[in-house]
Design a protein around this ligand. Structure first.
Ligand SMILES: C[S@@+](CC[C@H](N)C(=O)[O-])C[C@H]1O[C@@H](n2cnc3c(N)ncnc32)[C@H](O)[C@@H]1O
Length: 216
């Protein structure tokens, strides 16, 4: 087994994280016993961050002790793997849907390094108590994706900190090509953040571009 990034492992083409809550699955993923430890198979079709890793992501700023503000946590599929990785850190999980939040809350009962926040990511002032973070991660399917990331980075991201975003072209403008949409979003983000890496998530996610950016 190889450690691809801090607390992210690779074996036989699979991406794995060490299960923080042994015996417990989050979204039906496979559990694997390797050298006496239990790992969770990270599914690239269910998680855009895993898809980016499978596609050869080179710059992953997430360390075991990072503090992450995660926008669009849903029921916690990707947040649960981040929770495995963040053995000395934690994540604030912002989600607008009360329905998804119910499932997320059950996950947070088992995983104390995830702090759930029921809020609209377009209004970061409503969760200002989060304070400074190392990374802002956004996976919100919204026409305002770029604006949401910039607002949250202005308010919470430390200087030199990183942002990660999965841009969904279909949510932003269905009338133009994904390439045109990516170009516009990148132009907007580049005013305040430096683009470190970009990866198309095809074939795992159609019409998605994953960006890693750094606060200037
Ligand atoms: C694609 S899903 C996220 C999946 C999740 N990131 C994962 O990988 O496990 C997008 C989520 O964003 C949430 N969302 C949409 N608009 C939002 C907003 N303005 N603020 C917070 N969450 C929002 C949706 O309710 C949905 O749960």
């Amino acid at each position: 087994m190889k450690e691809i990034f801090e607390n992210v492992f690779g074996q036989d083409g699979r991406v794995l994280t060490l299960n923080l809550v042994p015996g417990s699955k989050v979204y039906g993923e496979n559990l694997l016993k390797i050298n006496g430890k239990e790992y969770r198979a990270w599914n690239p079709k269910r998680s855009k961050l895993c898809a980016a890793i499978k596609k050869g992501l080179k710059n992953n700023p997430i360390k075991h002790n990072s503090t992450i503000l995660y926008l669009g946590a849903s029921t916690g599929t990707t947040p649960s793997h981040l929770s495995d990785i963040l053995t000395g850190g934690g994540l604030y999980a912002v989600e607008i849907s009360a329905h998804s939040m119910k499932t997320l809350l059950r996950l947070c009962e088992k995983r104390e390094n995830i702090i759930p926040i029921l809020a609209d990511a377009r209004q970061p002032q409503t969760y200002r108590e989060v304070g400074e973070v190392d990374i802002v991660y956004e996976d919100v399917a919204s026409p305002e994706q770029a604006d949401i990331l910039l607002k949250n980075c202005r308010m919470f991201l430390k200087k030199g900190g990183y942002a990660m975003i999965a841009i969904k072209s279909q949510s932003i403008d269905v009338t133009q090509s994904p390439e045109e949409t990516y170009k516009q979003v990148k132009e907007e983000l580049s005013k305040e953040l430096e683009i470190v890496e970009e990866i198309s998530l095809e074939p795992f996610e159609k019409g998605h571009l994953f960006l890693v950016l750094q606060k200037k």
